[in-house]
Design a binder for this molecule. Structure first.
Ligand SMILES: CC(C)(COP(=O)(O)OP(=O)(O)OC[C@H]1O[C@@H](n2cnc3c(N)ncnc32)[C@H](O)[C@@H]1OP(=O)(O)O)[C@@H](O)C(=O)NCCC(=O)NCCS
Length: 226
């Protein structure tokens, strides 16, 4: 298994995660495909953000939804950047991926790997689901599969990371519930660490999962009794 190797780690460089030679993302779940974007996805993505922006996305993904995807050109630029990120393992540290309904091919949201830190072999993940597709467990399904991609060994198609971080505002109960239901350990509660224009200063909650705590075959946390 090609996973980050702590034993040979250089203390000056940390774990020093190295990327796979080629990075590909085409993940399947029972109901979804989570995959890297192609230019053909641009219009569907733009439409979904546009339709979901105001009350659904802006409160929780303010910068992303407010500054980006205001025009089709914004979304085209975004898709190209994600495409380039996955094609460039040497500098890879961030990629947004699309979530598609398997049965219809419909674009229903986004997830991704963010802020990948090589010295700790860790990354953050996040998600959003278009306004008219929430409440179906899609975000949970996509998030669990993305965590498996991050933590799975490189010779099994994963990124071979050691740790995944997840954050949300304490007021974002849908997001917090989703993470809790995945059985991931809550690690931090940073008071007044988020500013949300519609809410003001609020608490930032953080969770973390280590590779040894996650079942990459079944996409779920390994419970101590399992
Ligand atoms: C946060 C967000 C992704 C959650 O979406 P969601 O669809 O509500 O989340 P889930 O996938 O966990 O589905 C949750 C509900 O679907 C229900 N559900 C319906 N069918 C289901 C199925 N087949 N499997 C699992 N759950 C199902 C669950 O019961 C759950 O309801 P509950 O809250 O009563 O437990 C969504 O609200 C969103 O996009 N918000 C805006 C962006 C955002 O906040 N992103 C996160 C930033 S930290």
């Amino acid at each position: 298994m090609t996973r980050c190797n702590h034993e040979n780690a250089d203390p000056a460089k940390g774990v020093n995660w190295t990327p796979p030679e080629q990075i590909t993302c085409h993940l399947e779940t029972e109901r979804l495909i989570v995959r890297s974007y192609t230019l053909d996805d641009t219009q569907a993505m733009f439409d979904a953000v546009n339709d979901s922006r105001d009350e659904h996305l802006l409160p929780w993904m303010c910068h992303w939804a407010d500054k980006g995807h205001r025009t089709i050109e914004d979304s085209t630029k975004y898709v190209c950047e994600q495409h380039l990120a996955i094609l460039t393992p040497a500098t890879f540290n961030n990629v947004g991926t699309g979530i598609f309904e398997k049965s219809s091919g419909r674009f229903i949201g986004g997830s991704g790997i963010h802020d990948l830190r090589r010295e700790t072999a860790s990354c953050e993940t996040g998600y959003w689901i278009r306004r008219d597709a929430i409440g179906n467990g899609y975000a949970r399904e996509a998030c669990a599969r993305t965590i498996s991609w991050a933590l799975q060994a490189q010779d099994q198609g994963g990124l071979g990371l050691n740790r995944v971080r997840l954050y949300c505002a304490s007021d974002n109960t849908h997001s917090a519930n989703l993470i809790e239901q995945l059985g991931i350990t809550k690690e931090v509660e940073q008071r007044e660490d988020y500013f949300i224009p519609t809410i003001g200063l609020t608490t930032r909650l953080g969770w973390g999962v280590l590779a040894e705590e996650w079942d990459c075959q079944n996409h779920r946390a390994i419970t101590p009794s399992a």
